[in-house]
Design a protein around this ligand. Structure first.
Ligand code: ARG
Length: 458
């Protein structure tokens, strides 16, 4: 085993199991790029401030650049015997450059280094996630535009409630996802604050320039308290919170996709590319992908509870407990990215069965509110109209009729106010078309919503 960086203070070897237990390279290796970029900015700052010579800074930067290129080309494997990614990069740099390599860690600690790397890494991942969310919204918008006039029952309590358009229903999901983009964007503002230069916890005696490093690395500002700089993991909590809300939205959409593709509903049919069969029941076409997205939501919530619990009660400043921040948030990142991509593909390829939607809308008395409103518009108080409409629905059910086929003479026996025009008034198209209140399901409303969403996506 390579000699420990801290051999000097201690002479004894670390126990093999303890060494593995302590090591984080298996998961923090994914931050190699941010670690190297951070070190390049650090070397540049050390040179600019005269803490090392300009020539040394240039040597370090060139060496780091080479390490980055070698990792990316596959010429350099990350050594899993190193303790973490920070040690690995420094070890390779020193092997390659000799003593100059040993100067990189001047005026720095792994405590501020890891905080920096993680902020930079999650900042990049947030951008990728935002892009993937946009892809789901775009996939939804295509189906929405194709189905502006498709009518289905809107539900409350999962009971047929009022007729709506399929477009209007799916647009609700677009707004949820738009808020997710907002949430990630807003979270990124608080995350984009540089901790580097906080050092171990108390700052440093060297004449460093924290603003220089922050600017080189694209940060908006720096943490003004070094203890906070190394011990703050709020950005991890916030990041996984954003992921959790997003997953909750994807899970709700998944649940509807599962319901809609059941034989009981048959509102949509998923593409073969996004379904599986059963190993025993030949007739089955299962919506496993949607079920998995719904299922993985629990796992992301678990990641959130994990980090909250790890941080609870931690004294200032850095504690090794904080190494536990990474696996959970990386799991959330991987899960969310995978779910978003699968969701976009599943939505883009699903077939919409307008006929079945319409049939469901015709059977559930979902125009009963409109019958009551008709009576109100003819002068009857709403409560009275509501009661009469309920009585008519009950009579229809008893006689196996629907409001559209209920005879005019029968209508008239309930109220003289009802005329021939009732049939047009309670047609599903009219029910939808007349809901012109802003944000309602009326046919025009979808256009306004689409326009808004598209302007936001640009
Ligand atoms: N691998 C560590 C982590 O992820 C890096 C920081 C180590 N700092 C220390 N003082 N041991 O948190």
């Amino acid at each position: 085993m390579a000699q420990k960086m801290w051999a000097g203070r201690t002479a004894g070897e670390t126990d093999k199991l303890a060494d593995d237990f302590n090591s984080s390279i298996h998961f923090d290796c994914r931050m190699y790029k941010q670690d190297i970029k951070g070190s390049m900015a650090h070397a540049a700052m050390l040179g600019a401030k005269g803490i090392i010579t300009q020539a040394e800074a240039e040597t370090l930067i060139a060496g780091l650049e080479e390490i980055l290129a070698d990792i990316e080309s596959g010429a350099l494997d990350i050594n899993m015997d190193s303790e973490d990614i920070h040690m690995f990069v420094e070890e390779v740099l020193t092997q390659r450059l000799g003593d100059v390599g040993k100067k990189l860690h001047t005026a720095r600690s792994r405590n501020d280094q890891v905080a920096l790397d993680l902020r930079m890494h999650l900042r990049d991942e947030a951008e990728t996630i935002i892009g993937y969310i946009k892809d789901v919204i775009k996939a939804l918008l295509i189906i929405i535009k194709d189905n502006k006039t498709a009518i289905l029952p809107g539900y409350t309590h999962l009971q047929r409630a009022q007729p709506i358009t399929f477009a209007h229903h799916l647009l609700a999901y677009c707004f949820m996802l738009l808020r997710d983009i907002d949430r990630f964007t807003d979270m990124k503002k608080r995350m984009n604050v540089s901790p580097i230069g906080s050092c171990a916890l108390a700052g440093t005696t060297y004449d460093t320039d924290r603003y220089f490093e922050a600017e080189q690395l694209g940060f908006d500002s720096i943490c003004l308290n070094s203890i906070d700089g190394v011990s703050d993991r709020d950005f991890v909590v916030e990041f996984i919170s954003c992921c959790s809300v997003l997953m909750m939205h994807l899970s709700r959409l998944s649940e509807e996709i599962i319901l809609w593709s059941s034989w009981e509903f048959k509102f949509i049919e998923l593409s073969d590319a996004y379904t599986t069969g059963s190993s025993i029941m030949p007739q089955k076409k299962n919506s496993d992908m949607a079920e998995l997205i719904r299922g993985k939501t629990g796992r992301v919530y678990g990641d959130l509870m994990g980090i909250l619990t790890t941080l609870k009660g931690l004294p200032l400043a850095y504690n090794k407990d904080m190494q536990e921040d990474k696996e959970g948030v990386f799991d959330a990142v991987d899960t969310v990215k995978m779910c978003l991509q699968v969701m976009a593909g599943m939505v883009a390829t699903m077939k919409v069965n307008r006929q079945n939607m319409l049939r469901a809308a015709q059977e559930g008395f979902i125009n009963a509110t409109d019958l009551a409103d008709y009576l109100v518009k003819k002068g009857m108080p709403f409560r009275t109209a509501y009661k009469i409409s309920g009585t008519i629905v009950a009579d229809c059910i008893a006689r196996k009729l629907v409001l559209e086929t209920y005879p005019l003479t029968d209508y008239k026996s309930h109220s003289d106010l009802i005329d021939e025009d009732i049939y047009n008034e309670i047609s599903l198209e009219t029910c939808v078309a007349k809901r012109i209140s802003v944000g309602g399901t009326g046919f025009e409303s979808a256009n306004m919503q689409i326009e808004y969403l598209e302007s936001k996506l640009d």
